[in-house]
Design a protein around this ligand. Sequence first.
Ligand SMILES: NC(=O)c1ccc[n+]([C@@H]2O[C@H](COP(=O)([O-])OP(=O)(O)OC[C@H]3O[C@@H](n4cnc5c(N)ncnc54)[C@H](O)[C@@H]3O)[C@@H](O)[C@H]2O)c1
Ligand SMILES: [Zn+2]
Length: 364
Amino acid sequence: MNKIIKIPVGLGERSYDIIAGQGILGNAAEYLSPFVKGRKCLLLTDSNVGPIYAKKVHQMLTAAGSEAFIFSFPAGEEHKTLKTVGSICSYAVKHGLDRSSLIVALGGGVCGDIAGFAAAIYMRGINFIQIPTTLLAAVDSSVGGKTGADLPEGKNLIGAFWQPKLVLMDPEVLTTLPFKEIRCGLAEVVKYGVIMDAPLFAKLEQNIDKLNAVDLQFYAEIIARCCELKAKVVAADEREGGLRAILNYGHTFGHAVELVSNFTLAHGEGVAIGMNMAAELAVQAGLLDLAVAVRQRKLLEKIVLPCTLPPGADPEKIYAGMLKDKKKVGGNLNLIVPLEIGKVEIKSGFEPAAIINAIRCCCE
Ligand SMILES: NC(=O)c1ccc[n+]([C@@H]2O[C@H](COP(=O)([O-])OP(=O)(O)OC[C@H]3O[C@@H](n4cnc5c(N)ncnc54)[C@H](O)[C@@H]3O)[C@@H](O)[C@H]2O)c1
Ligand SMILES: [Zn+2]
């Protein structure tokens, strides 16, 4: 097995470790054992991930001394619902899980979010472990303790802050992940570079071939770095009172882009376009050098992420979509804008015309 990296997430009594390493899923018993030995586990997975990895992880849980039961739900955001959470809890009751039992999430962000939410509410809260299998889940959703589900009225409208006890990350799972999902995760990786890590950004620029060829050793490095960065932000601001908001860079624009595209654009694609819009706004406001905005755009283009809206998109509609986004403060849009690579600022008070103009500049 390759190098194992341990990244501590410092949250006082809710602290936990992220353990990352190529091949770790085949050798996970020693890491799982302190948490699961002598306890029952519900191994939650989805209909795509389960057939590939559930047996292996089930064996690890058994080797670690747990009695584990697999629950699989149909893959897809449309199943990130209270109904699925209810089914998970009923299944847990049926198999005798009690307050000492755990839920183990094996899957992407959808699986992690509902597993964490079910763990937060089952018997008023039980422990859970994250085993992310998408790049997005590895670098973003599995770290930080945000859990939840969607309502028919909108995404992520219910949820809880509930930290895992352990996150286990094996980059080898990326070998079966469709490339489109990898690209979407890469949008979040680029985001970390722009908001807080210029060397990471430069490393991405210098390794386009490895990114596009999904070189696992390289991905192991960047996943570990992104986790460190997210852990740092979350440790400083667990409940998004301030600093954590920088993780939303590109997201207020991006969510509106996703919405207006009727979700034909994926989240990562929306975020890529959204980061370009935020950079354009910063350039027009005199906060950012044009050359830096171009640098960001070039990197995104090289990893085959879209930077502009498809023809026919209406900037005013996107602006209206942004106003509906949750991250508004006192009726004012709170936007994250880059000042240079590695540094962003949370700013409100932009004129609607300026925002709409920035959107228009990112239309084809
Ligand atoms: N909690 C947070 O902080 C946070 C942060 C960002 C996003 N999210 C949430 O994450 C979700 C998106 O996560 P996602 O992009 O991982 O989506 P996802 O969980 O739907 O996974 C994407 C697709 O890939 C499949 N898949 C997963 N791993 C695979 C593998 N290794 N091999 C083959 N197929 C695989 C899944 O079955 C699914 O079809 C959204 O619901 C979003 O709201 C949460
Ligand atoms: Zn995102």
